[in-house]
Design a protein around this ligand. Sequence first.
Ligand SMILES: CC(C)(COP(=O)(O)OP(=O)(O)OC[C@H]1O[C@@H](n2cnc3c(N)ncnc32)[C@H](O)[C@@H]1OP(=O)(O)O)[C@@H](O)C(=O)NCCC(=O)NCCS
Length: 191
Amino acid sequence: MNSHSAVTAPPGPDDLQYIQYGPEKEAKYLGAIRDLIAKDLSEPYSIYVYRYFLYQWGDLCYMTANAAGELIGVVVCKLETHRGGPLRGYIAMLAVQKEHRGKGIATKLVCMAIDAMIAKDADEIALETEIDNIASIKLYERLGFLRTKRLHRYYLNGNTAFRLVLYLKEGTALKPTAPLYADDQMAAQYM
Ligand SMILES: CC(C)(COP(=O)(O)OP(=O)(O)OC[C@H]1O[C@@H](n2cnc3c(N)ncnc32)[C@H](O)[C@@H]1OP(=O)(O)O)[C@@H](O)C(=O)NCCC(=O)NCCS
């Protein structure tokens, strides 16, 4: 049973529609999703990264489009067990077109993704964001995310990240996870 109740998304501008991704939407939206994210995120994601998320967790991807069907915003997520411990949702990518920012669109997309993960019984939701990304940090902290780690030079561009986590159930932060072995040491800082 989730102790974190569903979040209430703000209304957002009227002429925009919020759409859940699905395989039948690939032809129309996959290219636009890549273009929108490539414009703003520092990591150069290949098509395989998008397919990895969208083929397995397309139902955790939400998009905003205008009346003409043009993509305005997107959030891409996944949900899986974290090292044998909690069921962890992960927000992998979030972007809103520059001219549409500051109107609550990202907040609404993130709230929809959080609600979908709560419905699938997630224990927690995690993400990383660059330590100087004020808009992103503000957005997530207002929704209850906490800074749990500082990941030195986490991104390929050398920038440092915060790991932010939203705990959805009582006691999740104390749940044991599998130990890390020598081969995992390099990856450990990312977990
Ligand atoms: C981060 C991002 C998705 C926010 O989108 P958005 O639709 O403008 O977000 P919202 O309108 O829901 O605003 C969220 C909060 O951030 C604040 N905010 C937005 N832009 C801001 C800025 N440039 N500086 C400070 N705060 C800002 C808003 O004021 C709001 O907080 P408030 O309601 O307390 O005032 C958008 O700026 C973006 O696409 N950035 C580039 C990609 C990126 O950084 N993604 C996140 C990677 S983890």
